[in-house]
Design a binder for this molecule. Structure first.
Ligand SMILES: Cc1ncc(COP(=O)(O)O)c(C=O)c1O
Length: 391
């Protein structure tokens, strides 16, 4: 019989570099392969499975909602959508929510809001930053700089530009009243877990205040409690006008959201924006479970386990100073910056039964489920020590 891997090679677009694992099942922070190997999952479905795989609360909500109804479309009023929006509003302070299916769709929706805002004053430029990641749509790619994602796909959207991240001079000299919005990650996931500097965010806040430029926070990866605060931007003195989220909010189902102030939400009139599936009842039911768990204690756990992980990663750095140059990030979003390519170490970790991934060339990215325990961290750190020592 042909393997899943062989059949995949025949029939699916060959766009993904998959790990050599055929999945049998997954539960909590463990993935079981068809050959019976059990892996410790510090990738969490690329920062999606905040509560781990198939959390009982998520599963129960999904089953209950699927029995009631699954999809009726946005022609109708639906309790799960409204309840999840209320939970997001109360947790974030943003009055209004627009549900999407993905992070990229939220990016593009937010960019359309920015252009609507700018069109009244003839200001059209939308700014992104080097190392940023906002998705694979044309809007998102237009404000990103990684060549691989854009090669031969241009031309991209006009009036978009990418400025160097954390560069106050570049920011203040280029952004003016022709700019309608700036989108950024306060912790760059794909970009190697780089955090915005306080000076950079102060400059953004001044631009928002003095020039009326909209600030759009991309919290798709860092949001919903992953860094120990509900949103990563909360550690700074800024209130973005628009926030986009996805990944963790769906508990493993496709769901994203644009959160906005009353004023920003009013940029879209009735009928101006929409989606067939966005806010799907089953996905929102899963999201309700995520919110209840995150707000019901998991976020505090992220702070505590994040500190534990950080302390142990710093010890790894001290033990391997020629290989590990820096430990970045916080909570359940941390990166081990190596002095060499990260990919071979990620492969070596996999052989030790641990799943992580390499990003930005030299960074091992850890975005584990929030539910990891000290024992899980100890297991990860022991594996990391071994693969670094063997190098
Ligand atoms: C910060 C950030 N924004 C946007 C996206 C795009 O989300 P999606 O893949 O759901 O379109 C991602 C995905 O990795 C992300 O990390």
């Amino acid at each position: 019989m042909r393997s899943i891997t062989e059949r995949e090679h025949d029939v699916i677009f060959q766009t993904y570099s998959r790990l050599p694992i055929e999945i049998a099942s997954a539960s909590g922070c463990r993935i079981t392969a068809m050959d019976g190997t059990v892996y410790l999952d510090f990738l969490g479905g690329i920062a999606v499975n905040a509560l781990g795989h198939s959390h009982p609360h998520v599963v129960q909500n999904v089953i209950d909602q699927a029995k009631r109804y699954m999809h009726v479309s946005n022609f109708f009023y639906q309790e799960p959508q409204v309840r999840l929006a209320e939970l997001l509003r109360d947790a974030s302070g943003y009055q209004r929510v627009f549900f999407t299916n993905s992070g990229a769709e939220a990016t593009d929706g937010a960019m359309k809001m920015a252009r609507r805002y700018g069109s009244k004053a003839g200001r059209y430029d939308v700014v992104g930053f080097s190392g940023g990641f906002h998705g694979r749509t044309y809007g998102a790619l237009s404000i990103m700089d990684k060549p691989l994602y854009k090669e031969g796909m241009g031309p991209f959207l006009p009036n978009t530009l990418v400025l160097p991240y954390n560069d106050v001079d570049a920011l203040t000299s280029r952004v003016d009243t022709t700019t309608c919005a700036i989108m950024l990650e306060f912790v760059q996931g794909e970009g190697g877990l780089r955090e915005a500097t306080p000076e950079f965010v102060d400059a953004l806040a001044a631009i928002q205040r003095d020039l009326g430029v909209l600030i759009i926070a991309d919290e798709v990866q860092a949001g919903i409690g992953r860094t120990g605060s509900f949103f990563a931007f909360e550690r700074y003195g800024i209130k973005p006008d628009i926030v986009i989220c996805a990944k963790a909010i769906g508990g493993g189902l496709p769901l994203g959201a644009i959160l906005a102030t009353e004023e920003a939400a009013a940029l879209f009139d009735r009928g101006m924006h929409g989606t067939t599936y966005g806010g799907n009842a089953v996905a929102c039911a899963a999201g309700i479970a995520v919110m209840e768990e995150v707000l019901g204690g998991q976020m505090e756990h992220v702070q505590q386990i994040g500190t534990y992980l950080h302390t142990h990663l710093l010890a790894v750095q001290r033990a391997h100073p020629t290989l590990v140059s820096e430990i970045r990030g916080r909570g359940c979003m941390q990166g081990i910056v190596l002095t060499t390519e990260a990919a071979p170490f990620v492969q070596a970790l996999l052989k030790r039964g641990v799943i992580a991934n390499a990003t930005a060339g030299t960074v091992i990215r850890l975005v584990p489920p929030y539910i990891i325990t000290e024992t899980d961290v100890d297991e990860f750190v022991a594996a990391l020590h071994d693969v670094l020592a063997a190098a």
